[in-house]
Ligand binder design. Structure first.
Ligand SMILES: Cc1cc2nc3c(=O)[nH]c(=O)nc-3n(C[C@H](O)[C@H](O)[C@H](O)COP(=O)(O)OP(=O)(O)OC[C@H]3O[C@@H](n4cnc5c(N)ncnc54)[C@H](O)[C@@H]3O)c2cc1C
Length: 527
């Protein structure tokens, strides 16, 4: 951040490929900066001195110290940083430019990643441009090479994976393999975010890793109505973005997207090693597993071919735009399915809800059942099972299902699945962390007679949130466990200082579970 002491600085944001839009002129007494400066990331707008300028530069660690030490001033600065980012998101200015068709599966993926990471960006769709050929000629591209991403650094990336895009934006940097963190948190859903905020606010050195984006499942919730303190409800993204910024304020080191693929045993000083892919490692005195759950998929032939563009596991404004004016189908009967139906009913023409059981109220909260029954454009079919998907080139054209032994078919291009989730614990295979028959992590008494609450079979390794056996699968419960685990961490560190030892050793084992959505086991996850 920079405080202007004298002179003038013009702040602009890029508009399209060539233009710029002025945002503000800072004068003496104003400060320059936005959320990226909290974590020392590169700026996403441009600043030009329009006169001789004198500024006071505050590196990100000093900025964070100021926010914590000066409560009132800190609140004003934090508010301004957030509002500036919100302004950029609302005007669609700054950040990278994606060039590609709006409904291309990889454009949707890239936009989804940037949206989930709270990154402003622009989309140039050659099909909507008056001079599409000119646009492609300018970058020496053929239409088949799209999408590409033009980074603020000027670098051109051809259909990059999320992690490559994140690197180009300065969202992830190499981790120091020699540094020993107090705690490494695997997963940045509500549980991981809460643990990060409380641990860092109590002075611990915290590394938080997530293989997708911060927010976990909650980030996909259109409206959370049962979280304490939000009588009018709150969108999942709004809630988790607040928590993420709070974590950065307290100095949490976030590595997102970064997948943890293995957990090695603790050494005789109680230190663990986490593997991140084949080469990278991080070391830590304790591990908090908050890797949550992944969506279950339908067992229907050809499902994966439609997953990029027509089958969705969440309902956000991005999906709603794709389905505008159409009929869509939602499969599931839990609260997440109910929320999606309520949200989509206001965005699309009609919603067909397919429920395997005989009634909605067996698995859905009363308020959602009532709301759905009052929606004129929602048709609920119980005792229904999807049996087939029709279409080509990744685009769904119709779905088939059976009801009371009769097969039915309807032309529907978008299918939303909310049929529960399985624990993200494949990556722990061989690590010595015990799980139950469905793969959820055992903690406390279930893990061993002398284990503390939330502690796993491995001393110094804790599990919180949806991934923990017996936990309540709710945002509030995940956040509560995130707060609670910090006391357990302090107790563990005190024990280590007084000479306690690590638990049973086991061989390091690496397995990737983050990108793998497939699942064999099944368990019901109430929402
Ligand atoms: C659409 C939807 C709507 C919902 N609505 C509500 C609601 O209204 N109210 C409510 O109380 N609950 C709701 N829930 C449930 C709630 O979101 C979950 O209970 C909560 O998010 C669990 O938090 P968590 O942090 O334990 O796990 P998750 O939210 O699952 O987060 C886990 C994180 O770990 C990451 N991860 C996994 N494996 C790895 C790895 N190997 N390396 C690195 N990172 C990894 C994932 O990418 C993910 O970000 C909803 C869920 C969904 C899907």
């Amino acid at each position: 951040m920079a405080v202007v002491l004298s002179g003038r600085v013009l702040v602009t944001q890029p508009a399209g490929l060539d233009g710029v839009t002025p945002i503000v002129t800072h004068r003496a007494g104003n400060f320059m900066g936005e959320l990226a400066q909290l974590s020392g990331g590169p700026g996403i707008v441009d600043a030009t001195a329009t006169s001789h300028v004198e500024v006071l530069l505050l590196p990100s660690d000093r900025l964070r110290a100021l926010l914590v030490a000066e409560a009132e001033l800190g609140e004003q600065i934090m508010r301004a940083l957030i509002l500036r980012r919100v302004g950029l998101l609302e005007t669609g200015g700054g950040g990278p430019v994606i060039i590609g068709a709006a409904n291309h599966p990889d454009v949707l993926r890239l936009q989804g990643f940037l949206r989930r990471s709270g990154q402003p960006h622009q989309l140039l769709d050659p099909e909507a441009e008056t001079d599409a050929d000119g646009l492609l000629r300018r970058f020496g591209l053929a239409a088949g090479e799209l999408p590409v991403v033009l980074c603020p650094t000027g670098e051109l990336l051809r259909n990059p994976p999320d992690v490559r895009l994140a690197r180009c934006l300065g969202l992830v940097s190499a981790l120091d393999a020699d540094h020993v963190h107090d705690v490494a948190i695997v997963g940045a859903g509500p549980a991981g975010l809460a643990a990060a905020v409380y641990a860092a606010s109590e002075g611990l050195d915290v590394l938080m890793l997530d293989c997708r984006a911060f927010g976990g499942q909650a980030g996909y919730s259109a409206r959370i109505e049962n979280y304490l303190g939000f009588p009018t409800g709150v969108s999942g993204m709004a809630l988790v973005a607040r928590a993420y910024n709070q974590a950065l304020k307290f100095g949490v080191r976030a590595a997102i997207p970064e997948e943890v693929t293995g957990l090695a045993p603790g050494d005789d000083r109680g230190r663990f090693t986490l593997s991140l892919g084949p080469e990278e490692r991080v070391r830590t005195r304790s591990v908090v597993i908050a890797s949550g759950a992944r969506y279950r998929r339908l067992d229907v032939a050809g499902l994966e071919t439609f997953e990029a563009a027509s089958v969705h596991y969440w309902a956000t404004p991005l999906e709603a735009r794709l389905c505008s004016g159409q009929e869509v189908a939602v499969v599931g009967a839990g609260n997440s399915a109910g929320q999606a139906v309520v949200y989509l009913a206001g965005q699309v023409d009609r919603v067909l809800m397919l429920v395997r059981g005989g009634t909605l109220s067996a698995s859905m909260s009363r308020y959602l059942v009532d709301r759905i029954s009052g929606l004129g454009n929602v048709e609920v079919q119980t005792d229904a099972r999807v049996t087939g998907l029709e279409g080509g080139d990744g685009v769904l054209e119709a779905i088939r299902w059976t009801r009371a032994g009769e097969e039915q078919r309807r032309a529907i291009r978008h299918l939303f699945l909310f049929i529960g989730a399985d624990p993200n614990t494949d990556w722990l295979s061989g690590s010595g962390v015990g799980v139950d028959g469905k793969g959820f992590i055992l903690t406390g008494r279930d893990a061993g007679a002398d284990r503390g609450p939330l502690e796993t079979v491995r001393r110094g390794v804790f599990a919180i949130g949806d991934v923990r056996a017996g936990s309540t699968k709710r945002v509030a419960a995940a956040v509560g466990e995130g707060a609670q685990v910090v006391a357990a961490l302090h107790a563990r560190f005190a024990e280590l200082t007084s000479g306690g030892s690590d638990g049973a050793p086991s061989a390091e084992h690496q397995i990737s579970s983050c990108s793998d959505n497939s699942s064999a086991s099944s368990t019901s996850m109430p929402r």
